[in-house]
Design a protein. Structure first.
Lengths: 427, 296
């Protein structure tokens, strides 16, 4: 038995449906509320501050204190906006593009190009002068001459060794050349540890870029990629050699490397300063922190400059409501002498002004001082970060390198393919 | 039949039944082993979740891993229970998921009944059109929905989550309930009509009580979809409206590390209410899903 719908009923229901759709369409066509444009405000105004640190137990106290201190001084309200680190850029991009966010925002140095491409970041050049920011810090926040980001903390991703394991193996903690480095790794293998927890998982294989630069490939030269040149192929072949000899392990990413290092299962891994507390907190060895030793990356030939990749956080300002006060906050939180030292003491993240770097608090931190001298001093931004699609370029290289590691491709073919993909993305 | 023949027949019967018993025994062993493997597959991760939640931080990554923690600590549970934000996320998840489930069931039961028992032009095309929306990955519609909700001023509200979750659960709920209604005999409806009941009365007094298992199954399905969603809850909801998935990620996963023991403890604690609900409603769930699946 079926129930029949009369034609009149059908027309009635259709009319209701069409009418509802029309009403919704009219509502959608309604003019959008205009965005206020108070840039150049004289009086401090409320603004939003986006930061992934606000959702992290270890960091949120320090960040919230900074916000509270500034807000109290100007008698304003700073509204927190937070997303987890891994989703932060996507969410912030969506908010900025949709006009839902204006104010100050914490940003990873690698993300600046992507956010700047939206065309809504304020040029903070006038806020950056005369405050003693380091050249590398300012450079990290600059695109095409515009200072879009003020440096909040600047460091690098470098090699960190376990001095105790190196001593036990008789390996040098200061290898200069690649050959000396390999000898050290072989000595470490002799004591039964993974010599070097280098990144071998596709998601983290972008770490090979700094080794390509070590072997002499600039990655980008004159607006064109050099991936696929002899130097990059040699770097990948070298990496494969380490893999085949068991000097690096399969399926390792940054988190895995930290875990292996914390457990004393590996003697060497790549990390930024921010990873030290993560390592020591999960280690059964309460003295591991004292054994962690930054090591300058070895070079191809003696006399070459070690290649290190920059790491750090910026504070940017998205134009819109509260942008002026947000820019003042960005300047204050990144350069105020007391604030920057307090931040360092809370989180061990190096400040970015000469005055703060010369403070006793920073100079007396042995690990930070050693890391700065050995690694950060030579840090440069990744050549790919200037492109909005840098993540896709890194993935292209990573996928091909992994194919080499598992024997599915030769280094030459892999880097040629990666270079071709990157060229297509550069356009 | 001779005595020998009788004996032979009896022997054949015994050996035959013996062979059947032997086969039955092997089948029983095989079934048990298969069930055991499935149970391990299903419950070993939950057991590992429990062990990790009770393990101190410095032993979590010990290698080789041990099925029993060397030391047990309840600090992680204390930390989770002492974090009021977790209960806020739980409240938001329950609120959004329950309303999504109710809304999905209410809308889909009328739609499913119409597709099942009514005949009108374009019925099949409309049904396929509704189902075709399931082919789109949810993330594909995220930007568009975000802009639409922004236009209507619905961002950072429960309504944005409820509407978006309902949008994705409706098609399958309609399909499940249609299948369930298809299985209901038309004679019941005809009998009710003969007794003088109108369409409204027929549906609410005759059909719906019989469709209870299907309604519960659809509701649970919609509830789970809303409960587990991450990307929409992260994007459309503000800090005070966040549900459990983005809330837990925000709380326990940071730039440099993940607090695995606390995350496991929180995951176990917040899954208890859901498990209780499922246990109480499981008989409806099984009946509803299978009835809908056969006819769908």
């Amino acid at each position: 038995m079926t129930l029949e719908l009369s034609r009149r009923d059908l027309l009635r229901f259709s009319a209701v449906g069409v009418g509802s759709a029309a009403l919704l369409g009219l509502a959608a066509c309604a003019p959008t509320p205009s965005t206020p444009n108070p840039s150049g405000d004289a009086k401090p105004t409320n603004f939003d501050f986006a930061s992934w640190s606000l959702s992290e137990d270890a960091a949120k106290g320090a960040v919230q204190s900074a916000m509270d201190a500034f807000a109290k001084t100007d008698s304003i309200t700073i509204s927190p906006v937070t997303y987890p680190y891994n989703d932060y850029l996507n969410q912030l991009t969506l908010q900025v593009r949709g006009g839902q966010f204006s104010g100050a925002a914490q940003l990873d140095v690698a993300w600046l190009s992507a956010l700047a491409a939206l065309g809504k970041l304020v040029d903070l050049s006038s806020f950056a002068t005369g405050l003693g920011y380091t050249a590398s810090g300012l450079g990290a926040g600059k695109i095409d001459g515009a200072q879009y980001g003020l440096p909040w903390t600047i460091g690098a991703v470098g090699l960190i060794g376990n001095a105790e394991l190196f001593d036990r193996a008789g390996a040098s903690l200061t290898p200069t050349t690649i050959e000396e480095f390999e000898e050290g790794l072989r000595a470490l293998k002799g004591i039964g540890v993974i010599p070097y927890a280098a990144s071998t998982k596709a998601a983290q294989l972008k770490d090979i870029l700094v080794w390509m630069q070590t072997f002499g490939s600039p990655i980008i030269d004159g607006g064109k990629t050099t991936v696929g040149d002899e130097a990059s192929v040699k770097a990948v072949e070298w990496y494969k050699k380490l893999y085949d000899e068991g000097l690096i392990a399969p399926d390792v990413d940054r988190a895995g490397a930290r875990t292996l290092f914390a457990q004393g299962t590996t003697a060497l891994y790549d990390d930024a300063l921010v990873g030290k507390s993560a390592v020591t907190s999960q280690s059964p060895d309460s003295g591991l922190g004292d054994k962690m030793t930054p090591i300058a990356r070895p070079v191809l030939k003696a006399g070459d400059t070690p290649q290190e990749v920059l790491w750090g956080h910026l504070v940017v300002v998205v134009d819109g409501e509260g942008a002026q006060t947000a820019a003042e906050f960005a300047q204050w939180v990144t350069s105020d002498p007391q604030q920057t030292v307090d931040y360092f003491e809370a989180l061990s993240l190096p400040p970015t002004t000469e005055e703060a770097l010369a403070s006793d608090a920073v100079k007396n931190d042995a690990f930070v001082a050693a890391f700065t001298d050995a690694v950060t001093v030579d840090a440069q931004p990744s050549p790919l970060w200037q492109y909005v699609g840098y993540a896709q370029m890194e993935s292209a290289i990573a996928d091909q390198v992994q194919a080499v590691l598992i024997g599915q491709s030769s280094a030459s073919d892999a880097m040629t393919a990666a270079g071709s993909t990157i060229s297509g993305l550069i356009g | 039949m001779s005595a020998l023949g009788t004996q032979a027949a009896e022997l054949a019967a015994i050996t035959g039944s013996g062979r059947r018993l032997g086969r039955r025994g092997r089948v029983r062993w095989g079934t048990w082993i298969a069930l055991l493997l499935l149970a391990l597959f299903a419950f070993l991760p939950v057991y590992w979740l429990l062990v990790t939640s009770l393990t101190p931080d410095d032993l979590v990554f010990r290698f080789p891993p041990s099925p029993f923690p060397a030391r047990v600590t309840f600090d992680h549970y204390a930390e989770v229970l002492g974090n009021p934000a977790i209960f806020g996320y739980l409240r938001n998840s329950v609120l959004v998921s329950v309303i999504t489930a109710v809304l999905s069931v209410v809308v889909s039961m009328y739609m499913g009944y119409a597709f099942s028992k009514y005949r009108f032009a374009g019925r099949k095309s409309l049904m396929y059109f509704v189902l075709s929306s399931q082919m789109f990955p949810q993330a594909l519609l995220l930007v568009t929905l975000y802009l639409v909700f922004a236009q209507f001023g619905l961002l950072n509200t429960y309504l944005a989550l409820i509407i978006s979750f309902t949008t994705f659960t409706l098609p399958l709920c309609v399909w499940m309930l249609k299948g369930f209604f298809d299985a209901l005999p038309d004679d019941l409806i005809e009998a009710a009509r003969i007794d003088g009941a109108g369409p409204w009365r027929i549906f609410h007094s005759v059909v719906l009580p019989l469709a209870a298992p299907g309604l519960v199954a659809s509701g649970l399905f919609a509830f789970v979809r809303g409960w587990n969603d991450f990307i929409f809850a992260l994007t459309l909801a503000g800090p005070d409206k966040q549900t459990l998935p983005p809330g837990l990620v925000n709380t326990f996963i940071s730039e440099a590390s993940t607090s695995w023991p606390e995350l496991m403890a929180a995951s176990l604690l917040v899954s208890v209410p859901v498990c209780v609900v499922f246990i109480l409603l499981q008989r409806f769930l099984v009946g509803g899903i299978t009835a809908g699946a056969v006819k769908g």
